[in-house]
Design a protein around this ligand. Sequence first.
Ligand SMILES: Nc1ncnc2c1ncn2[C@@H]1O[C@H](COP(=O)(O)OP(=O)(O)OP(=O)(O)O)[C@@H](O)[C@H]1O
Length: 445
Amino acid sequence: MSGDLQRTDQVAESGETLIEVENLKKYYGGGGVFANPSVKAVDGVSFSIKRGETLGLVGESGCGKSTLGRTLVRLEEATEGTISFDGTDITTLSGEDLKDWRRNAQMVFQDPESSLNDRMTVGEIIREPLDAHDWKTKTERQERVLDLLTSVGLREEHYYRYPHQFSGGQRQRVGIARALALEPEFLVLDEPVSALDVSVQAKIITLLEDLQEEFDLTYLFIAHDLAVVRHICDRVAVMYLGKIMEISDTEAVYENAQNPYTQSLLSAIPRPDPSTSSHRITLPGTPPSPRDPPTGCQFSTRCPAKIRPEGYDHVGEETWDAIERFREVVRERSRMSLGTVDRLKRQLGTFSAYDDIDETVADLFGDLEVPADVREEIDAAAELVKDGRPADARDHLGEAFNGVCDLQRPDFHPVGEHEHMSYCHRHDAEYEDVEPVISRRTSDS
Ligand SMILES: Nc1ncnc2c1ncn2[C@@H]1O[C@H](COP(=O)(O)OP(=O)(O)OP(=O)(O)O)[C@@H](O)[C@H]1O
């Protein structure tokens, strides 16, 4: 861990920004009268990466990590926003300018199995980008490939072998050598070790760290594995449904998370020191579809610290929790056509047992004390569902129970030293802080 701290200090000392991302969006599809709504894979993110640092990007599957990484290296066109690389907005580059810039930013993919062309030798694979960019002479390219093979811990004689003759770890070394061929400054490492055995993972991580030092590289490190991220990254960004929820120095995020989503993610990791306080937070339901994200905070449908609207102080925590779950059921019903009911029931897991809405209501509220005003709204919504109008039921519940988290996008608030930022309404002075709310709600359950 001391090595990590040292590295953070070095980066902080240099402090020069290499990449500055402003309000970046990447939407897929949409457009046209009959098209489905677009998939909002990345939905307005802003952050920067300093030269020489490793920024980790974590979050559940489908939250937009790969799309963000691919957009940063222009494998995807941004829908909106800017990516300034060393002061130049690269979202508008085209032709020769784009080709020239591409040398600077490369990507290493998760699956070394499928990302390497099995009909080419390892040497050809690594040489390909050099050929494509007409890099120096043929002999110099050959020499460059031999140097790269050594740099990534392979041997010169591997030049004439084929990827299928290699182990997963060796193939990933080839992928890394190829990414380094044109001497880039920036690498997006998209789950570079997730497909490898644990013992091999450590070797590849060490290699990436050594290469970073040797070639002065800047990394965006995308990962599911929070332990790996903690080890290798100087700073971490936490993503949910296309949005960055929190970003700061790695230790600040792991030891002093401010955002309810980050706290939920981290609460799932067993802590080495059981004496430190932590609450296990179990998130209800599944993330909403990026085609139909919530109007307010992206995390509002599952947030353990969600702000209640005024006028409901008389409702107990458990009853309020049941209201939120009921809203989730109705929301899901409003999204599906009748033909997809069965598929949805299977997907919804805990909600799958509820064949009709009365049973759902009985199951969620049966044992609870439900004030009359709440009961009235729930019953009215249940009637609308029975009438085959789940969208009206959803709107009815919205009018009754929507609060600021449902209705408004939060700001990205500074929440501590080292440019620690978090996306949550609770950082507004008028609301109670995240921590006491979560500890109260999780100790009640
Ligand atoms: N080419 C595409 N066309 C349409 N939708 C896409 C496309 N690529 C990704 N998506 C959608 O965008 C969303 C974000 O996907 P993305 O792969 O970026 O997430 P991720 O966090 O990297 O997930 P994973 O960890 O599983 O790779 C998902 O809903 C995905 O289905």
